[in-house]
Design a binder for this molecule. Structure first.
Ligand code: ZN
Length: 205
């Protein structure tokens, strides 16, 4: 199983980090070892002093796909979940400045939070580009996103990604974060919602 993450897929988030809005999707990978174990707390690593939360819609790949055509892209998913792409922003900034890959800042243990449940779209009764999701820290809403605001739709992401790497059953796509990212601190309780359904709860230590 691989986790493919999309960067800068919401223009309001690209702007808040003073990044250009991309003309092609920007992606990176998180390894399987980055997945936070279920019901475990998230421990801020000692080598960073600025871990950011990024809440994202997560799409689960249903079957193997290579060079998928856009009209067939909807056949490659049917369930959605929610995830947090924890990012060591201080380290990422150094890597970006050096022109280095982002893995140190993005692929560390515990950096991928994935909801236990994935919900079939037909159960939600909604189009994948018509979903709202949010993140609360200690009950304050810090991020509120709507998938209609994606720069690249899920179908376009599947087309693009599958031209570079074969999508396999069970792969996950983190589809990018909306504006409102910020730092976490020990003691924070993070909860995530998709279409009003609580999907995640993480304690930060
Ligand atoms: Zn992200």
């Amino acid at each position: 199983m691989k986790i493919i993450c999309i960067g800068r897929n919401y223009s309001d988030h690209a702007r808040e980090l003073k990044n250009e809005v991309p003309s092609d999707p920007l992606f990176f990978l998180k390894p399987e070892s980055s997945v936070l174990h279920k019901r475990h707390a998230f421990y801020i690593p000692e080598w960073t002093s600025d871990v950011h939360y990024e809440v994202e819609l997560v799409v689960k790949i249903l079957k193997r796909g290579k060079a998928v055509l856009e009209k067939f892209a909807p056949r490659y998913y049917c369930e959605v979940g929610l995830g947090i792409d924890f990012t060591a922003r201080d380290v990422q900034t150094q890597l970006k400045q050096a022109g280095h890959p982002w893995e140190k800042a993005k692929a560390f243990d515990g950096s991928a939070v994935i909801s236990e449940k994935f919900i079939p779209l037909n159960e939600l009764g909604k189009d994948i580009q018509d979903l709202s999701f949010s993140l609360l820290i200690n009950n304050d809403e810090v991020q509120l996103g709507h998938t209609a605001d994606m720069i690249f739709s899920v179908d376009k992401l599947i087309v693009y990604l599958s031209n570079y790497m074969t999508l396999k059953t069970g792969d996950l796509i983190f589809t990018g974060t909306p504006a409102g990212v910020g730092s976490v601190a020990p003691g924070d309780k993070i909860t995530g919602f998709l279409e009003g359904i609580q999907m995640l709860s993480v304690n930060v230590k």
